[in-house]
Write a protein that binds this ligand. Structure first.
Ligand code: ZN
Length: 283
C-alpha cells in the first residue's frame, strides 16, 4: 500500500471523524510525533470502543471501566489496530486532543505541535509486526510532509501521569524499520529518476533485447547488451524485485563503468551519469 496525504488526511484508510479537535496555534509547525497505546476495555482488542471513545459515543453501561472515561473529550490523529488497519480521526493539520498536560524539551502543550498515533495495545503485550510496519511507513510519510523533528512516547512528555506506549514498545525495532524503509524509499526513488532520464534522452526501449543477451556471464552483460539496455532490462527490474522482497541488496558501483561506457553515446548523458553516481552513493 502506498500512502499519500491530501488536506491532512491519509488517503485509502478508514476515516472516522472525531468532534474532539480544534485549530492549531498559528505559526507553530508540527514538529513532534507522539506514540501511545490504548485498548478498550483495557487489554482487550478488536472491539469498536476506541472509535466510540474518540467520537464521544462510548456507552458507560457496556463495561464497568467505561463509566469512568465515557465523558472524556479525547482523540488522536491515528489509531493502528493489531492487524495493521489504520483509522484516522482528525486531519493532521488540526489539533487532536491526545497528549493532555505535557511538555517536550521545555515546550508545553504538546497537542499544539504534535501528531498523535495510538497503537492498539497495552503496557504488558508486545505489539504486532504489521503494526510496526505501518507505523514506520506513516512516520516516513509524515516526516516528508511535515517538519517532524522528534518522536516521543506519551510517557516521555507526561511522565508523572502516563506510561504508554509502555515497556513492550520496541523503540529499537521501530528505529531499524525506519532506517530500512527510508533506504528502500530513496533507492526506489532514484531508480525512478534514472528511468525518467533514460526515457527523456530516448535510451528507453519498448522491446527487450534478444533472450540470449540475458545469458551473458559478463558484468553489466557488456558482451551482449548496450549499457542502457542492461540498466533498463536487468539492473532496474532486479533491484525493484529485491527491494519488494525485502532481500539483501548486492553491493554495487555503477558509475565508473557507465562513465567509460557512455563516452561514445551521442545523447547528452551528463544528467544520467550524475543520477547513477547519486545511486552509488545511496548504497
Ligand atoms: Zn497516551
Amino acid at each position: 500500500m502506498s500512502l499519500k496525504i491530501v488536506n491532512g488526511w491519509l488517503q485509502g484508510v478508514k476515516q472516522v471523524i472525531s468532534p474532539f479537535y480544534d485549530e492549531r496555534p498559528i505559526n507553530q509547525p508540527i514538529s513532534l510525533l507522539v506514540i501511545h497505546n490504548i485498548s478498550l476495555p483495557p487489554n482487550e482488542y478488536g472491539g469498536p470502543y476506541v472509535e466510540q471513545l474518540f467520537t464521544g459515543q462510548l456507552n458507560p453501561e457496556e463495561h464497568p471501566y467505561f463509566a469512568s472515561i465515557y465523558q472524556l473529550k479525547v482523540s488522536s490523529h491515528l489509531f493502528i489496530r493489531r492487524d495493521g488497519e489504520i483509522i484516522q480521526f482528525v486531519p493532521f493539520n488540526k489539533r487532536a486532543w491526545h497528549a493532555g498536560k505535557s511538555v517536550f524539551e521545555g515546550q508545553e502543550n504538546c497537542n499544539d505541535f504534535s501528531i498523535g498515533i495510538e497503537m492498539e495495545g497495552c503496557d504488558t503485550d508486545s505489539f504486532t509486526s504489521i503494526q510496526y510496519q505501518q507505523l514506520a511507513k506513516i512516520t516516513l510519510l509524515l516526516q516528508q510532509h511535515y517538519a517532524i523533528e522528534n518522536i516521543a512516547g506519551h510517557s516521555d512528555i507526561a511522565p508523572d501521569r502516563k506510561t504508554d506506549p509502555g515497556p513492550c514498545f520496541d523503540w529499537q525495532y521501530y528505529q531499524s524499520l525506519l532506517m530500512q524503509q527510508s533506504q528502500e524509499y530513496m533507492l526506489l526513488n532514484q531508480l525512478q529518476k534514472i528511468t525518467n532520464e533514460l526515457q527523456k534522452i530516448n535510451l528507453w526501449q519498448t522491446m527487450p533485447p534478444n533472450p540470449d543477451a540475458f545469458l551473458s556471464q559478463e558484468p553489466f552483460a557488456l558482451d551482449t547488451m548496450q549499457p542502457h539496455e542492461w540498466l533498463q532490462w536487468v539492473f532496474i527490474p532486479r533491484m525493484q524485485a529485491l527491494i519488494d522482497a525485502k532481500a539483501n541488496l548486492p553491493k554495487f558501483a555503477l558509475h565508473p563503468y557507465f562513465e567509460e561506457a557512455l563516452k561514445e553515446q551521442k545523447q547528452n548523458v551528463n544528467h544520467l551519469l550524475s543520477l547513477i553516481k547519486q545511486l552509488d552513493e545511496l548504497y
